[in-house]
Design a protein around this ligand. Structure first.
Ligand code: HEM
Length: 142
């Protein structure tokens, strides 16, 4: 789905604020995901799932930095996420429904941490962007 100039600006602006705290924000995303959707914990059985643990910070940093890469590939998400979608589909075997759950929690954490920047237009742009990320990561399941 194409992004207009304002959407691109809102996506880049909020990522510019979030990128310096990817691990802390990502850990919070996972804490919210595990508390709101406990079944998602089953994929991380080897991790310490306590809020703010080193495992959650490391994994949270990985997913948010991958989202950060995606903010710079809005027109070619498929190729940017090709390896990651194969990893999740064929090796990790993550059920596709979980991507929307994670993306929703990313949205909530961004809204909480950047309330001034999270305008209705930015909300809409990030919702559209994360939905595209989710669809792309699920593309190998078809
Ligand atoms: C690993 C990104 C959604 C489960 C990873 C890695 C990245 C990543 C970058 C590390 C890959 C590597 O080390 O080569 C993302 C992004 C997501 C997403 C951008 C969506 C926005 C999910 C969801 C689940 C999940 C929804 C399951 C609920 C896992 C697991 C690993 C992993 C189990 C391996 C962890 C380990 O044992 O080190 N993901 N992921 N991911 N992801 Fe995702």
């Amino acid at each position: 789905m194409p992004f207009n100039a304002k959407e691109r600006e809102d996506i880049a602006h909020i990522w510019g604020k979030a990128c310096g705290q990817a691990e802390a924000l990502g850990a919070e995303v996972f804490d919210r995901l595990f508390k709101s959707c406990p079944a998602t914990k089953t994929y991380f059985s080897k991790f310490n799932l306590e809020a703010g643990s080193a495992d959650l910070k490391r994994q949270g940093g990985k997913i948010l930095n991958a989202v950060g890469v995606a903010t710079k590939h809005l027109d070619d998400l498929d190729s940017a996420f090709s390896q990651l979608s194969e990893l999740h589909a064929f090796k990790l075997r993550v059920d596709p429904g979980n991507f929307d759950l994670l993306c929703h929690n990313i949205l909530v954490v961004l809204a909480i941490h950047f309330p001034e920047d999270f305008t209705p237009a930015a909300h809409s742009a990030w919702d559209k962007f994360l939905a595209s990320v989710s669809v792309t990561l699920c593309s190998k399941y078809r």
